[in-house]
Ligand binder design. Structure first.
Ligand code: SF4
Length: 300
């Protein structure tokens, strides 16, 4: 395939990834959200909020329209194979072009602000917009995943440095549990609950946040290979759902509908626990590109 044709097919594939991510919640997320939301008592503010969410999810898919007015930060994770004849520069260019087209078509809101001038960047392309993380892998395909992360839930993400005296949180899993639950308590309804947590134990200030967001790529059914973290993930959801915060902070039984926890090595002097909070509008999707760069399957 010549370079021009490759570019066109790549742009089309990334454009479809953006459209689908913006308009359609993946089935595993809908199932998890619905499972927890069913626990709410009928005719309460909590149950009405959940009904509105369910209606929104249905309408957005039917109309191929953004699920939320905040189409969020675009976080791309691209695993590529160097033998396929397309460089990361070409992939980046195709992604940026797809973002511009997706904005023109209304799949994305004009959502990118120059932090110095305060001016809106109408194309949605600028420094770190979109944010793209490339990784080379050995298989002969390209896997590209996308998270659209809204500002409201991003604002309640937080990083704790342990030991954390106010919460008596030491440098162990019990300490991690205390600060994770504190993050949920502090967020209240502000992150558009029910939420879903991506957590990283360890790492440094930047790798901790990166890994905590990467945890949000895991399928709901993905079991943590470490029994102690698998147990902690379940415990966090159970305990958070006893806090009474509920959907959109209206009170109720559904505050979290999932939690995924990863870990990175750390320095002896540091012990960070980093929490990324995802709102109910948990937009993530992934595609596999075949050797002709068309979409061969969806990951979620
Ligand atoms: S936090 Fe999520 S649901 Fe709330 S406004 Fe932002 S993107 Fe929308």
């Amino acid at each position: 395939m010549n370079k021009e044709k490759t570019k066109t097919v790549l742009i089309d594939s990334f454009l479809e990834l953006i459209r689908k991510t913006s308009a359609e919640l993946p089935p595993d997320i809908i199932t998890a959200l619905t499972y927890y939301a069913k626990q709410e008592d009928a005719n309460t503010k909590a149950s009405w909020a959940v009904e509105l969410m369910e209606e929104n999810i249905k309408l957005a898919k039917e109309k191929s329209a953004p699920l939320c007015q905040d189409t969020g930060s675009l976080l791309f994770y691209v695993d590529y194979h160097s033998g396929l004849g397309v460089s990361t520069l070409e992939l980046k260019s195709a992604i940026q072009k797809a973002v511009i087209l997706a904005t023109e078509k209304g799949y994305l809101r004009q959502n990118s602000i120059n932090s110095i001038t305060g001016k809106n960047e109408p194309s949605n392309v600028g420094p770190s917009h979109p944010h793209i993380l490339f990784e080379e892998q050995g298989e002969e395909f390209i896997d590209a995943r996308l998270i659209l992360k809204g500002g409201g839930c991003e604002n309640v993400g937080v990083q704790y440095s342990l030991p954390h005296a106010p919460l008596s949180a030491g440098r162990d899993l019990e300490g991690a549990k205390r600060v994770i639950l504190d993050a949920v308590l502090q967020a209240q309804g502000k992150g558009c609950s029910p939420g879903y947590l991506g957590v990283c134990i360890g790492g440094d200030r930047s790798s901790g946040y990166e890994e905590s967001k990467r945890q949000l790529l895991r399928a709901v059914s993905d079991e943590n290979p470490l029994p102690e973290l698998k147990h902690l993930e379940q415990e966090i959801v159970e305990m958070a759902n006893q806090l009474g915060i509920g959907p959109m902070g209206f009170g109720g039984k559904t505050t979290l509908f999932g939690c995924k926890i990863g870990h990175l090595n750390r320095l002896p002097a540091s012990f960070f626990v980093t929490i990324s909070y995802m709102c109910w509008s948990y937009r993530r999707q992934g595609m596999r590109l075949a050797s002709d760069f068309t979409i061969s399957k969806w990951h979620y």
